[in-house]
Design a protein around this ligand. Structure first.
Ligand code: SF4
Length: 279
């Protein structure tokens, strides 16, 4: 095994099925991911998606006993062993979070809440306290389902953060980017619900399509929306595509410049909105 890098997000680490460590730009350290979508199934098909072999659909049932065993072993290695020293680059040698983020939308898993219960149990066992976060990276589509609501309530008691994907707030933009049909009103309702259950950030991927930056109109609408939901959110996490998209429709997708993200961030910051961004 070699040191983890920000471009090596392999879901397969050692002998694990569900748990995978990554060094993440977002985390600025080691993030322990749990992949509940081992069949690469998602209800969305974002054109920048980096999941190889993505299919539309739902994840299969997961094996909670195995998830607990894998997470327990990895946490023991990170907290009590030499994992970080051995595998993390020196500038990112810290453990940041356990994150539900896999090869598809995690909240589609029938065992979503059960897995958060496992995380809560192991957080207690390893005394993770307030230093290590529990992060859900979600497209937000299932937030109003009863079992997801239960899961988010439990996350909030476990230093939880929900990163709620909103890449566009125009119906045409959502259809073009996420390849789903959604009303802006329904997204706003689910975002407000998410934030009432657990600390919530809006997570946004901005990218070039056929070498063109997002249209000014798209960005104006996005800023208006974020300013409107400001009372509900902890902030905005903006990024651009770091690796080559895996889907054929992603062939024309490329990264915006850091300057582009900085300009959008600056406008939001003028509205006292907390923004983190990275290309
Ligand atoms: S929601 Fe996530 S996993 Fe699903 S298609 Fe979009 S980027 Fe890929």
């Amino acid at each position: 095994m070699t040191r983890l890098t920000i471009t090596d997000h392999s879901r397969i680490f050692a002998k694990y099925t569900y748990v995978y460590p990554v060094v993440s730009r977002r985390a600025q350290g080691v993030s322990l991911g749990i992949n509940l979508n081992t069949n690469n199934a998602c209800n969305w098909r974002c054109i920048y998606c980096q999941v190889e072999g993505l299919v539309r659909g739902k994840p299969n049932d997961v094996d909670p006993v195995r998830i607990e065993a894998e997470l327990d072993e990895m946490l023991n290695w990170i907290i009590n062993g030499d994992f970080i020293k051995k595998y993390a680059p020196k500038n990112l040698a810290r453990f940041n979070d356990i994150s539900l983020s896999g090869n598809g939308e995690p909240t589609l898993s029938p065992q979503f809440t059960q897995v958060i219960q496992i995380i809560a149990k192991l957080r207690l066992k390893y005394n993770l306290g307030n230093n290590i976060k529990t992060i859900l990276i979600t497209n937000g589509s299932e937030i109003d389902k009863p079992q997801v609501i239960d899961g988010l309530k439990l996350m909030s008691q476990n230093n939880g953060e929900t990163w709620f994907k909103i890449d566009s707030v125009t119906e045409a933009g959502i259809t073009a980017t996420n390849q789903v049909s959604l009303s802006i009103d329904s997204i706003k309702k689910r975002l407000i619900l998410a934030s009432s259950l657990c600390k919530t950030y809006v997570q946004t991927c901005l990218f070039k399509l056929r070498n063109k930056n997002p249209a000014a109109y798209e960005i104006d609408e996005y800023i208006k929306f974020i300013v409107d939901v400001k009372p509900y959110i902890a902030g905005v996490l903006m990024y651009s595509t770091a690796r080559h998209p895996a889907l054929p429709e992603g062939d024309n997708v490329s990264s915006v410049s850091e300057e582009f993200l900085a300009n959008v961030a600056k406008i939001l910051e003028e509205h006292q909105i907390i923004v983190k961004y990275y290309v």
